[in-house]
Design a protein around this ligand. Structure first.
Ligand code: DC
Length: 234
């Protein structure tokens, strides 16, 4: 029996390994992977570069005037086989992962008209199904009818440790305390914002991966996929 093409929504807290999990699953099952956080990060980078931030204060009116000038696309890197984020035709994959963007992105993601624009783009990307998308509101707002929804979590300390290792491996100098503060602060803003706050969908499966290895996590996810896609006998 050929598998049923589905939509897989993976939501959860900052730095709990959503994208690692989503990318690996997409690769294994031949689905498209979309990192919705990268889109919010690209808008944040645009705001920083255009001088729309004064400290943590975002000039929302100026952003509204520029919102239609922001074009975000993903292009597959043939060497890595992974999609990279482009902002107005420029590859920003590296720039959007630094602390400068991480510090500001939650303010941008709290703006209603930014969310409406990005949610519409994300929904268009999922129209044909066969997609794995990760973020904060994928199972609740972007694809409320997704066939498989996962809500991932891990303790803030575990998440900060992983993020420090990831940034240091890329050659960035960061302190554990700075990253832990950023993780907690982003959780707070993401959970308490008025528009589409981070929330587990009622029908999402909860997975705390604080003490799981990547292999255990991938195995668990593959089982869920096989069950929902109708690949395992019921
Ligand atoms: O997953 P990430 O850390 O790259 O996400 C960056 C920020 O974007 C994060 O602070 C929350 C926000 N975000 C969001 O509000 N909705 C999404 N679907 C994805 C990310």
């Amino acid at each position: 029996m050929s598998p049923r093409k589905i939509v897989i929504a993976i939501d959860g807290y900052a730095s709990c390994g959503k994208s690692t999990m989503a990318k690996e699953l997409a690769r294994k099952i031949g689905y498209i992977y979309i990192d919705s956080g990268a889109m919010y990060r690209a808008v944040a980078l645009y705001c920083i570069e255009q001088g729309l931030f004064e400290g943590n204060r975002l000039d929302v009116e100026a952003l509204q005037r520029h919102i239609d000038d922001i074009d975000i696309t993903f292009v597959l890197n043939p060497e890595t086989g992974r999609p990279e984020t482009f902002l107005n035709g420029r590859n920003v994959e590296r720039d959007i992962r630094g602390m400068a963007v991480s510090d500001k992105v939650s303010y941008v993601a709290a703006v209603g008209f930014v969310r409406r624009k990005l949610v519409a783009l994300q929904q268009a990307m999922g129209r044909e199904k066969g997609i794995v998308m990760d973020g904060r509101d994928i199972g609740t707002v972007v694809f409320p009818d997704a066939e498989l929804k996962i809500f991932l979590t891990a303790s803030p300390e575990v998440r900060a440790r992983r993020r420090v290792d990831e940034l240091r491996a890329k050659g960035q100098k960061v302190s554990y305390d700075e990253v832990l503060h950023n993780v907690r602060e982003r959780d707070r803003i993401d959970e308490t914002r008025e528009v589409d706050p981070l929330r587990k969908a009622d029908d999402a499966l909860l997975l705390d991966n604080s003490t799981l290895t990547l292999e255990q996590q991938d195995q668990w996810l593959m089982q869920q996929y096989r069950r929902v896609a109708g690949l395992d006998p019921q």
